[in-house]
Ligand binder design. Structure first.
Ligand code: SDX
Length: 430
């Protein structure tokens, strides 16, 4: 493969270097294209455009490979847990026992939110979507902890460890308070003795008079769900975090942007949309065959299927599909939605419409069934995705903030509006 690309444009012939990543992926470096030719590239949806260099996560969409800092997702899913993986994604290496203890201590210390913040929740309607509150409250952290959110990246990086621990720990607390407030239940405070997932389930489901004891199998399931969501290259929400961070914005504001981007049904909102789709199929008595036909006719979308990068099975979907089956068997739950999901998967994997378009189950296809089994309400599924993705957003913010050659992200456009014209007085319009 040549180490440069030659572009012929009119009577010009220009050469651009080819950049090769550590896993051999290649990019043509077109940073001088506009200066050289007056042309920009056009790539709506950025399917062919690299926005940055990053050392956090590697995906091979054709081979169905996902690695965090070089470690295969299959090994992390089997041997690690969410907090160890979060440390790896954020700091680049698996933590030593001492580093793990220090990281966990920071997460414990920063689990509670500022007491004045609890009153913010009161101003929201009871039925407000939890993602709306999460985005608002994540941004509000910059008001309650301004010293960690100065919008001076040099200073914010000096406080990065605490800010990162705050974002990762408080995202859980904010989620639990949102849930409790939406049901008129008293706020349950975190316990210092509990681990990350157990503390979350405690804050969600304990009562002042009765402690919720999280079964180990449920804690393990939650660890796996969050671990599998920890990072995923330059997806829509992570790119949004980097975009906002590139302006010099603080960690909390940048993660709030990620939360807002994740909310969309084509992205993080898909796990909620999958359950709604399965429930609708179940309600009609369809085993999924009619729905497949409707998706092929373009009348519906098989939510939880397809991916911009994976043109093979999403490795996370394989792991979570098996874990979902194991969890339901362990809990003795017979969920008809799982049977419908399995039927949809089998039908789609043998149907040319899906095969030709390389549409396979993605991480969202089974995650909702698993979250439902551990008691997470459906309207909080996307919030769970956000909790899982926090390490990736935090790590990508850090990459942008610590890049000495970093520039503000400012894509170009092709203008298709009106050409120049003169002002028309109001009595001459219409
Ligand atoms: C996530 O980017 C990431 O990494 C995201 C994520 C992460 O970890 O951050 O992996 C998390 O967002 C997973 C994706 C969750 N979304 C869904 O499950 C929603 C359903 N899937 C799609 O809407 C779609 O597949 C996308 C959005 C995921 C990808 O869209 P693309 O790459 O823009 O593909 P497309 O819309 O251009 O579709 C190509 C063709 C079209 O058919 P034709 O026009 O060629 O006839 O495939 C069809 C689409 O109609 N198609 C589907 C389909 N997805 C694509 N048809 C039926 N059901 C689907 N799910």
């Amino acid at each position: 493969m040549p180490n440069n690309a030659v572009l012929k444009l009119g009577d010009k012939e220009l050469t651009y270097p080819v950049i090769v990543g550590s896993e051999g992926e290649k990019a043509i470096d077109l940073r001088n294209l506009r200066a050289d030719t007056g042309h920009i590239t056009y790539d709506e949806g950025y399917g062919n455009t690299g926005s940055c260099e990053s050392a956090i996560t590697y995906i091979d969409g054709d081979a169905g490979i996902l690695r965090y800092r070089g470690y295969p997702i299959e090994q992390l899913a089997e041997k690690s847990d969410f907090i160890e993986t979060a440390f790896l994604v954020i700091y680049g290496e698996l933590p030593t026992a001492e580093q793990r203890a220090r990281f966990s201590a920071l997460l414990t210390e920063h689990a509670p939110i500022h007491e004045r913040m609890v009153y913010l929740f009161e101003s929201y309607p009871r039925d407000a979507h939890p993602m709306a509150l999460l985005g608002a409250m994540m941004n509000a952290l910059s008001c309650y902890y301004p010293a960690l959110a100065t919008n001076d990246h040099k200073r914010d990086l000096e406080n990065f460890d605490v800010a990162a621990a705050m974002a990762l720990s408080k995202v859980r607390t904010i989620t639990a308070i949102t849930y409790r407030m939406s049901r008129g239940l008293p706020v349950i405070y975190p316990k210092r003795a509990f681990k990350y997932c157990e503390n979350f389930m405690h804050m969600m489901f304990s009562d002042p008079y009765e402690h919720f004891d999280c079964p180990p199998v449920v804690a393990r399931a939650l660890n796996l769900i969050l671990l599998l969501h920890a990072d995923h290259e330059q997806n829509c929400s992570t790119s949004s975090v980097r975009m906002v961070a590139s302006s010099g914005a603080n960690l909390f504001a940048s993660c709030a942007a990620g939360i807002c981007a994740l909310w969309g049904p084509l992205h993080g909102g898909a796990n909620q949309a999958v359950i709604q789709m399965l429930e609708e199929i179940h309600a009609t008595g369809d085993d999924g065959s009619k729905f497949i036909a409707s998706a092929k006719a373009g009348k519906s979308r098989l939510m939880g299927f397809g991916h911009r990068v994976y043109k093979n099975y999403d490795p996370r979907a394989k792991i979570i599909g098996k874990a979902c089956e194991d969890l339901l068997n362990t809990l003795g739950i017979k969920d008809p939605l799982l049977d419908i999901a399995r039927h949809l998967e089998q039908a789609a994997l043998s149907d040319n419409y899906f095969i030709d378009r390389k549409l396979y189950p993605n991480v969202d296809f089974y995650s909702g069934i698993m979250m439902r089994a551990i008691g997470i309400p459906i309207n909080m599924f996307t919030v769970m995705f956000a909790i899982g993705r926090m390490p990736g957003w935090i790590s990508n913010w850090k990459e942008v903030a610590s890049n000495p050659k970093g520039r503000i992200y400012r894509p170009r456009q092709i203008y298709t509006g009106k050409t120049v014209r003169d002002y028309v007085p109001v009595d001459k319009r219409g």
